[in-house]
Design a protein around this ligand. Sequence first.
Ligand code: GLY
Length: 560
Amino acid sequence: MKMFLTILLFFHGFLSVAQLDPYHYTTTKNVTAKKAAVVSAHPLASDAGIQILRQGGNAIDAAIATQLALAVVYPVAGNLGGGGFLVAQLANGKKIAIDYREKAPGNASRDMYLDSSGNVIEKLSTNGHKASGVPGTVAGLFKSHQYGKLPFSKLLEPAIKLARYGFVISASQAGSFNREKADFLAYNTKPTAFIKQGEWKEGDTLVQEELARTLERIRDGGMKGFYEGETAALIVEEMKRGNGLISLKDLADYDAVEREAYVFDYKGYKIVTMPLPSSGGVVLPQMLKMTESRNLGKYGFHSPEAVQLMIESERRAYADRAQYLGDVDFVKVPVNKLRSQEYLEARMKDFTPGKAGNSDITKPGEFPESEETTHLSVIDQWGNAVAVTTTLNGGYGSKTVVGGAGFLLNNEMDDFSVKPGVPNMYGALGTEANAIAPGKRMLSSMTPSVVLKNNKPFMVVGTPGGTTITTSVYQSIVNIIDFKLSAVDAVNKPKFHHQWKPDVVYVEKDFPADVIEKLKAMGYTIRERAPIGQTELILINGKKIEAVADKRGGDTALGY
Ligand code: GLY
């Protein structure tokens, strides 16, 4: 009888969500659509967004539902306990930038990760309770929802059901949980859904009842269902058990901020992107503007000349990132100067074609950041275009799940400069501008962007990848605009990355060998590395929508 009831409840759960089938799903890498599309890191999350669009929701609603589903089905980066940025161009022309980046807790201090001799204490800013900033995601979803159409409770439905009734995991997810088991055991004070007796395997079902109840508290209590009451108490109890810093006051005080999107021209297109604390809002325009008047398109895609020019613009932009960028609510950042044409032309004056630059010589300009983040792109039938990048920082963030609440906390504190001159987990350097202070937002690389043609959405783009995020977005944009690549090639062709220090050009394994040889002959140090990013791109050409999910992950593009 009990078994019968369980089965009945189980099917009742799913029948009411229409097409979501968490037991039989496959990835779809690209789709051509007429009305709407969603691309995200997981098929069930993309499907949650599509279902919301089919029920009359707009792209903002779909982006919220997709993020909530990612928090369940893609726990490596999808989150309630992290933060993110949303950039959108609404059908009425309004441009939106919502900042839900985590903040340093009120008890955080500049040298909190240093020992008494001033040395960085290994793993303190990356693993466990002390690595977490105050989560921003739930506040960001509510801030975004003012532009949505459907009730928030509707947007939560797919996520609640996926958490409560479970979904089958892929081989790569099973492998990832198995690899993380030792860390999950080390950094948790209570049992978590991610730890299983024995090994996870493809086709196992992941059920997250505690997470389902947290999502229901958000449904019933709104923002307060997370930042106050039982969920907040569970977060603070978890902090106490693990020596973390987040307090009830930190949670009650947190709010997302609507900022002015940064909009700039590039070769007849307008690019709408995220301002600080996203470094992307400075680094992306810097790189594009440093190469705009040069011959990228004529040199050709992956020509040594074009690649060298791009490497040198990346070097210069990342030197400035390390020196100047931080939370503008706390430090003065000369953003206008950093993005001015005159300054950027001066920065490229010492560029020598055919000869590698040198990061000990190229200093930041003078005038008076495991890479597990996730991106989703959405377009709807009305022309609302939404790009969201959201993160726990490293894979599974701090690896600490809030006991009784079922969600992982971020390790975003490592995106601060914990000590000037000491690289963070992405090898990124920083200065006082990005030093820790209570309530301050750590610098990010997340660069969700919408490119406009004739003031209408033409491209929706973004990617995870730590410091490689901005170079990947840069390359995806020039791949389409300058090199005229197809959307599929713009996403999937090999990428490269230079971030000033270390003075190394990182290339993906399938980067053309002849170009590598030519770059070496110019004096560059080349290092092969793991895949760069998981770009989710939508291209809109008149009535044709092409949505592409990166081949590098289990991502899925859906549309209709
Ligand atoms: N945690 C990665 C970023 O925000 O850049």
